[in-house]
Design a protein around this ligand. Structure first.
Ligand code: HEM
Length: 360
């Protein structure tokens, strides 16, 4: 598929992200003044599924489809993107959820094809992650509440990123002992996600331990640690990743004490899904966007602006969660939304700058 034809898929994904952000703000009681036609009720109700299944399902699926290089591969992001549209349009959950599940199944199929072709160790975690997403989407479709399936969504995002980082660090492979040790956090994450719907406390403990150990493993083995002293984009990527690992470790420490839907649940989920996952997105965007759209995203030191804002506002939000202070929590949440929007503006600005530089 030529790069311009991929843009509608990205638009579907980013539309889900923006509405999910607005839904998250509405959950905090912050209702931005918006046209009445905006599907705010759906955005509020489906904030989590829109973020994980629709936005990440679409963009991760798109990145994988580009790497696979065959047209049927694009069905995965298409299904995830359309699933998000149906959720927002108020379609029956079976139709929207069915499409989201089909998107995750397509992603699992792509991950399995990559693994069968190359059999490299870094191709297994994304396969497990995609299978975890299938299980979680199916359970949600069957009527389980979000807190019961959120472990599968965490496993999806975290294991997909862990595989990407292992691949990007392959020039510095782990020792055989470290490579064996990697199986422990992966097993704990998957076991915790599977236990969560049946036995919350042991599931949260296993999942939390898995996230914490994974953060330690990645923080130690990732080539990014050595790149902290570099300059320019290399340093920006390294700083983003190392900050992300700290949030992942924090999520791992908080999760075992969280109750479904409580304040610590909010803190643990967003430490992982915003602090870790979005720090990775910010760090990788200048590398992945050019691969997907065949357009340069020139690095700018201003990128530290949205990265710092994300860390700072997330710290305020978590402080609010831990202290039971709704004001801080809402202030932090609004700042989180601003950090994501600033990231979008900076990235689009950079694409435009890259185009001008190319044509000059
Ligand atoms: C702009 C930033 C965000 C804001 C303002 C926000 C806000 C919220 C709020 C207020 C809740 C309800 C927590 C509770 O039950 O007390 C929530 C839940 C949740 N959020 Fe976010 N969030 C944001 C970003 C994200 C991101 C980036 C992800 C995923 C990648 C995410 C995934 C979830 C999930 C899965 C839930 C659980 C939903 C449920 O239990 O029904 N959020 N969010």
């Amino acid at each position: 598929m030529p790069p311009p034809a991929r843009i509608p898929l990205l638009v579907l994904g980013f539309a889900a992200l923006i509405l999910a952000i607005l839904g998250g703000l509405a959950r905090l009681g912050l209702n931005p003044p918006l046209p009445a036609a905006m599907p705010m009720d759906a955005a509020l109700a489906f904030h989590g599924p829109l973020m994980v299944a629709a936005f990440f399902g679409t963009v991760i699926g798109l990145e994988r489809a580009v790497a696979a290089g065959h047209l049927p591969g694009y069905l995965a992001p298409l299904c995830s993107g359309l699933g998000g549209v149906l959720l927002l349009a108020g379609a029956p959950p079976a139709a929207a959820g069915g499409l989201l599940l089909a998107g995750a199944a397509g992603l699992a199929l792509l991950a399995w094809q990559f693994h069968r072709r190359q059999r490299a160790p870094w191709l297994l975690p994304p396969l497990y992650g995609a299978l975890a997403a299938c299980a979680a989407h199916a359970a949600w479709l069957a009527g389980l509440p979000v807190p019961a399936v959120v472990g599968g969504w965490l496993a999806f995002l975290v294991l997909t990123i862990a595989g990407e980082r292992q691949e990007m660090s392959r020039l510095l492979p782990p020792s055989p002992r470290a490579a064996r040790l990697f199986h422990l956090p992966v097993t704990l994450v998957l076991a915790g996600a599977a236990l969560l719907p049946i036995l919350w406390r042991p599931g949260a403990a296993a999942l939390g331990a898995g996230l914490f150990l994974l953060a330690l493993w990645l923080g130690r083995q990732d080539i990014a640690r050595r790149n902290l002293g570099a300059r320019g984009l290399t340093r920006f990527v390294a700083v983003s990743l190392m900050g992300g690992y700290l949030w992942l470790a924090a999520a791992g420490l908080l999760l075992p004490f969280a109750d479904p839907g409580g304040l610590l649940y909010d803190a643990a989920l967003h430490a992982a899904m915003l602090g870790f996952v979005f720090a990775m997105v910010f760090g990788h965007a200048p590398i992945i966007f050019p691969a997907v759209l065949r357009t340069p995203v020139p690095y700018s030191p201003l990128f530290y602006g949205h990265l710092s804002l994300l860390h700072l506002t997330l710290a305020v939000r978590l402080a609010g969660d831990l202290a039971g202070n709704h004001g801080w929590r809402a202030l932090g949440g609004a700042g989180n939304a601003l950090a994501l929007l600033l990231f979008l503006v900076m990235t689009i600005g950079s694409v435009v700058r890259g185009r001008f530089q190319k044509s000059a």
